[in-house]
Design a protein around this ligand. Sequence first.
Ligand code: SAM
Length: 204
Amino acid sequence: QRGGGPRGDRNSGDLELEKPPVPHNDFEENALKVLDDIAANQPFRNVPENDGRLLRIMAQSMGAKNVVELGTSTGISGIWIGLALKETGGKLTTYEIDADRAAKARDNFERAGLSDVITIVQGDAHENLKSYEGTVDMVFLDADKEGYIDYLNTLMPKLRPGGLILAHNINPRMAHPPFMEAITTNPNLDTVVRGGMSISLKKK
Ligand SMILES: C[S@@+](CC[C@H](N)C(=O)[O-])C[C@H]1O[C@@H](n2cnc3c(N)ncnc32)[C@H](O)[C@@H]1O
């Protein structure tokens, strides 16, 4: 299974009905092989395959031009988002504090043919995110869980109306209360939680 991690809080119906991705062309086939290789040889707390696919579906269906990811690790979610952005003509900016993982991710994006759509910013994202300029269509939070609230506060003004904030590891054990409070009480956000992922729409 690409992504290496647990399959999350899924019911057996999901597992039974969902089937592996079917590559559309050689480019996708190669990217899927790179994902398999990362999962087998460089796993580090990467998203499970179904979450990666959901990120791709979200980004591509909304025609995202600018996506921001917090927590690159070795690049599994980045590749899934990158596959969407290759089609939409968009760009991903992804933040990673660990130099070794950032270097591995850079190499993996290159192998997947996605270097032209993905920029890695290595260092503490709480600092580096401040200099992000421009509008954001979609945010994926997957770094330090206590930091989600800070990332949210920095990115909310930059998120376009109709934009999405997705956050990983949203379960009773790991969800950080200040972040949950913020995404569930703001009248300008509509939030659902599914399979350990929160999905928040910025309404206006
Ligand atoms: C759960 S992993 C990300 C997995 C990745 N999204 C994937 O699916 O392949 C979390 C990553 O966030 C990084 N991280 C934690 N705190 C950070 C910070 N303050 N700034 C940037 N990255 C951070 C960690 O080093 C780790 O590699």
